[in-house]
Design a protein around this ligand. Structure first.
Ligand SMILES: [Zn+2]
Ligand SMILES: [Zn+2]
Length: 116
């Protein structure tokens, strides 16, 4: 511990590090830093590992988004089914109080279909 505030490069302790490896967070100087699209790395190995990790994370996000989409669709479908059942129930209820020949015939059929 020299007391200096600057962090030295992992390979060149006397040279100030310009950043840390995104993969293993080792401090690296501008000579050692391997630049990638997402930041800097201490080596090509770390750059590759991190890029693979980022790609996997993206794939997982995509998977999750797709699952959420399917779930949303199912919920929508269940929502409309409940709505439909409520309408049919209301229709049947009305038909049982007020005698409407055509409506009764329809609701009778629907009731038979639903097994009510
Ligand atoms: Zn590294
Ligand atoms: Zn260095």
């Amino acid at each position: 511990m020299s007391g200096a505030k600057t962090i030295g490069c992992i390979n060149h302790p006397g040279i100030e590090a310009v950043g840390r490896c995104r993969q293993c967070s080792k401090p690296v100087c501008s000579n050692c830093a391997v630049r990638g699209p997402a930041g800097m790395y201490c080596s090509d190995i770390c750059r590759e590992k991190h890029e693979q990790f980022v790609q996997r994370a993206k794939d997982m996000d995509l998977h999750r988004a797709t699952r959420r989409g399917v779930f949303f669709h199912i919920r929508n479908l269940i929502g409309s089914l409940i709505m439909l059942a409520a309408i049919l129930f209301a229709l049947g209820f009305t038909a049982s109080i007020v005698y409407i020949p055509v409506l009764t015939e329809i609701t009778e059929r629907v009731r038979f279909f639903l097994g009510i």
